[in-house]
Structure formats: C-alpha cells, structure tokens
Design a protein around this ligand. Structure first.
Ligand code: DHB
Length: 389
C-alpha cells in the first residue's frame, strides 16, 4: 500500500515535471546569434554580442509573455561553420530567429537554411547589396556598401578630388563599393585611373599602396572590413602617401570608431561616408553610447554594434506584434518597421527587406585628445542603390 502510494507520487511528479518543462519551452523564444567571436573578425562579434546584451538589459527579457533567450555561437568567420551552426540551432535548439552574420559569405552560406526552415534571418553586419535577395526570410539592419559609397562619390569631386585610385577588399562588399563609387564618381565628372583589389584574409597593403603612390591620384578610395582599417592607415603613412599629398577617402568602415584612436594623427582629416558614427549627436545616440561604454569597459560602440542593437529592436517589436508567434508571421511583422535608432531615423523597406537610413559625410577630428568621425553633412533616407539594378 505504501509502495503503491510512493509509485503514484513519483509518476505524478514525473508528469508534472514533463509538462512543466514543455511549458517552459513553449514560453521561451530563442535567438541564435552566430558571430565571428575568434579569428581576424572577432571585433565584429564582440561589438554585436555586447549590443544585443545591452538591448536585452535595457528592454527586459520577456516579450509577449515569452522569455527571450540569446544563444551565441562562434563561427570563427568560416562559412561552412556558420551554416552548420544555423542548422543545429534550427533543428536542435528550435530557435525562432537566426541573427548576426559578420561577413557576406557567412550570410550567403546560411540563406538556404532560413528559406527551408521558414526562419527569419536578421543580418546585423554583412553589407553586400545582394544578400537580401538570397532568401525571402532575410531582413537587414546593418547597411549596404552601395548606400555608403555613393555619398563620398558625390562629396569628393566637389572638394577638389578629380582623379582617384580605388583599393578594396576582394569580395562582395569590396566589389559593391568599387562599382558604386566608380559609377557615381564618373557620373560626377571624376576619373578612376586604377582599381586595385586586396585579399580579404591577411592582406599586405604595402605593394598595393606603392601602386597607388606611383599613379599620383588626388585620393585613394578604400573599402576594408571592420577591424582592418588600422593596418591600412599605418601602411598608408609608412609608404608616405600622406606626405605625397594623396588623400584617403572611403566608406566609414576604414575609420572604424572602436579602433580610430589607435590610428593616430594620420587619420586626422580623413573624410568618409557612413550610416553611423559614435559621435552622432542626438539624445538617442548619446544614451546608447554611454550605456554601451559603461557596460563594456569603455569600449566605443561602432557601426557593427548599432546593427546588432537595431536588429534586436526589430525582433522585439515584431514579437510584440505577433504576440509571440514566429515563422512567416514574425517575418512579416519585421517588414516596414520605422523607428529612431542611435544612427538616426531607420526604416525596414517592406519590399526589399533592406534598411533605409541617412548617410552622413564625416571628417576625422580631434576633440578632447580623442579622434572622432564628426558628421558635417547628411543625405536623407537612402535606399540601397544596389536594388535598382
Ligand atoms: C562586411 C564586413 C565588414 O566588416 C564591413 O565593415 C562591411 C561589410 C561584409 O562582409 O559584408
């Protein structure tokens, strides 16, 4: 009798335990955040993870009655690894969103997983124009290189820069930057005398910069991915290009805010166009920068952090709208969102699923002993020019 009672109690407890568990699972909403946390692009991963955690700390981890769980995975910047991790996150962890994607090839490798599993995929970093066309489940909160490149292509010829050599990393975003800079610069009456492409991995800029020097242009237009700008700037100065009167211009990736101070005075006066500067002077951004620096040992948030922060915002707002439902409903709730980001006004174009935002022209200036990308002109509400092809 006692034994039977014991067994019944155990069975009941097991049943409650099991249903308790499934209840907890139903009440969780998991975000699989795949980022390069190690290797040459680790700064991108560090910035985005920190921004996502800040967003959750500020906005709580319960949305529409669901407990939001962030699962961070390190893909080391290798496309096969990103794809495998995404598959595991969808199948084993049952994530409702895939997010992150520090480089273009990582996003492109994973796009088929999003399509097949109908899982919204939020691109927070990668910036080749065509990425959003790789799956109807992709939404982008970073930027596109055509958006960033045309700003400086309009500014340069009006400011005495007529003859340019382009120097870009040899993969998707570099090729977009080269093409869209060149087309607009030629349209504006400029001349591109040479187009150089450097390897993405372990680039040695020196021989390319020597070629730039020999061509005697007014300026070199550059795109390198986040984190690589300091090495380029160092060799630019070591090769004496600045002394030879050659200016450096580019998209804002090269004067990346989190490493700008380490570049030294050679960076002073460099003009770039980009969608985000840590120095963007609005209350929303100042609040974001202060909180980010406080939580991360004074690390400055760069444009990668903003892509991550805004990506979390898009996910949270979509979840509120669907009352916690995922899949296609969640994707649809991400489309068309309009909000005030630390970068300025931001819009997710419902047709292209790509970001529309301001592009700012900025100059590196020293203030209080520190270097900043100081914005001095704004091109409003720029849609991706790459989508018009
Ligand atoms: C990409 C990566 C970067 O670090 C960057 O600054 C811009 C684009 C990319 O791979 O898409």
């Amino acid at each position: 009798m006692q034994k039977r009672f014991f067994l019944r109690t155990v069975a009941l407890a097991a049943l409650c335990g099991a249903s308790g568990l499934s209840l907890a699972q139903d009440n969780a909403f998991k975000i699989g955040l795949i980022l390069p946390m190690t290797g040459p692009f680790a700064s991108t991963g560090k910035q985005i993870e920190a921004a996502a955690r800040l967003y959750m700390a500020q906005n709580g981890n319960t949305v529409a009655g669901k407990k939001v769980e962030l699962i961070v995975k390190d893909d080391t910047g290798t496309p096969d690894v990103t794809k495998r991790l995404a598959q595991e996150l969808v199948v084993n962890d049952k994530v409702g969103v895939l997010a992150g994607f520090g480089l273009t090839p990582l996003a492109l490798a994973t796009a088929p997983i999003a399509t097949q599993s109908k899982t919204p995929l939020v691109v927070m970093a990668a910036a080749t124009s065509s990425i959003t066309e790789a799956s109807p489940f992709i939404i982008r909160t970073s930027f596109t290189l055509p958006q960033a490149a045309v700003g400086i292509a309009d500014w340069a010829p009006k400011n005495g820069i007529k003859k340019v050599v382009t120097l870009v990393s040899d993969y998707g975003p570099g090729i977009d930057a080269e093409k869209f800079f060149k087309d607009r610069f030629l349209f504006n009456g400029g001349q591109v005398v040479e187009s150089l492409r450097v390897p993405l991995r372990n680039p040695d800029f020196a021989p390319f910069l020597q070629k730039v020097r020999d061509a005697k242009p007014d300026a070199v237009f550059t795109f390198v991915p986040s984190g690589a700008g300091a090495a380029l700037m160092k060799q630019f100065s070591e090769r004496g290009l600045d002394k030879a009167g050659i200016k450096l211009i580019g998209t804002g990736d090269v004067t990346d805010d989190d490493i700008l101070n380490s570049m030294g005075d050679v960076a002073m006066g460099v003009v770039t166009s980009h969608h985000y500067s840590t120095a963007h002077n609005t209350p929303t951004n100042r609040k974001f920068v202060d909180a980010f620096m406080k939580a991360n040992n004074n690390l400055r948030p760069n444009f990668m952090a903003v892509g991550g922060y805004d990506g979390m915002h898009v996910i949270y707002e979509a979840l509120k709208k669907t009352r916690g439902a995922g899949g296609e409903a969640l994707l649809n709730a991400m489309k068309g969102q309009i909000f005030e980001s630390p970068r300025g006004p931001m819009f997710i174009d419902a047709q292209t699923r790509d970001v529309v935002h301001n592009i700012y022209i900025r100059r590196v200036e020293k203030k209080d002993g520190q270097l900043w990308n100081v914005e001095f002109d704004t091109i409003k509400d720029v849609k991706d020019p790459g989508k018009a092809r």
